[in-house]
Design a binder for this molecule. Structure first.
Ligand code: AMP
Length: 113
């Protein structure tokens, strides 16, 4: 099966601006930022979308959230950010390898579009 875009980034086959990496996850800058800070927190395990995750992925999912907090602290985001998961094409998902968007650095409206 062909690799996802994010697997290629994880495997360093295509370049990305990597801010953080551990055994479970990688954090990169989004190539098309929608806020002054727009990061993608990506599990190394390929889970196509959140609704494909199973009980065995619970630790990974929790890890991604805690990485978001760590990165926010490291970047001095003043504990002010939004996490977004687009689940499915109709919800705006374009890369089918689960990822959290971390957005910060501007006022974020609610409800989102
Ligand atoms: P989504 O639409 O929720 O699946 O999010 C996919 C995100 O990946 C979008 O915000 C894109 O801008 C971003 N993206 C696409 N290609 C790259 C890339 N090569 N490096 C970094 N981010 C990318």
């Amino acid at each position: 099966m062909s690799q996802t875009l994010f697997e290629k980034i994880i495997n360093k086959e295509i370049p990305a601006d990597i801010l953080y990496e551990d055994d479970i996850s990688i954090v990169i800058k989004d190539i098309s930022p929608q806020a002054p800070t727009h990061l993608l927190i990506i599990p190394k395990k390929v889970i196509p979308k959140l609704s494909d995750a199973t009980k065995e992925d619970q630790e990974i999912l929790g890890h991604l959230m805690l990485v978001a907090v760590k990165i926010s602290d490291d970047l001095g985001l003043d504990e002010t950010f939004r996490l977004v998961v687009n689940n499915g094409a109709k919800a705006g998902q374009s890369v089918f390898h689960l990822h959290l968007h971390l957005l910060s650095g501007r006022n974020l409206n609610w409800p989102p579009g």
